[in-house]
Design a protein around this ligand. Sequence first.
Ligand SMILES: [Zn+2]
Length: 169
Amino acid sequence: MSTGPPGVEIDTPYAMSSQMPLVLHRGSCHCLAVRFEVQAPAVLNVIDCNCSICAIKSNLHFIVPKARFKLLQGEEMLTCYRFNSMQAQHLFCKVCGVQSFYIPRSNPDGYGVNPRCLDPSTIDKIVVEHFDGQNWEREFDQKRQALAERSADSSSSSRPTSTSERSGD
Ligand SMILES: [Zn+2]
């Protein structure tokens, strides 16, 4: 960790990141078989979840709409693990085992991207939010709207992002 991660803030409440300009981040798994690019703010609001699988993997992820993610190579190297509700698609590289991105249960229309798999040169700061995945349903009910906005693809239209806008769920 000689270069060190960008500054990390702990326990910052859910922040609005939707108005921030997007930058192009590049990322990969450890062995570089899987490579991708993702459009997201330079300040990444990442979720630290304590559900059974996130805890065991020390998983951090930020959520983007699928349209802002592009797999550049390695689709054939990805394998998928599912459990319990079978909704999340826990994708990982079958060579090195690293989960650089996946499809989370909370946002099936988006991707959860591991900020540790990105080239750090495009990251200004990582802001960590906690998600109580040990009580997933209750936590999701409380944060449903904030989470839904993260994978809502507003880039294809000119309408402004509104906090009063409900996604038909
Ligand atoms: Zn790999």
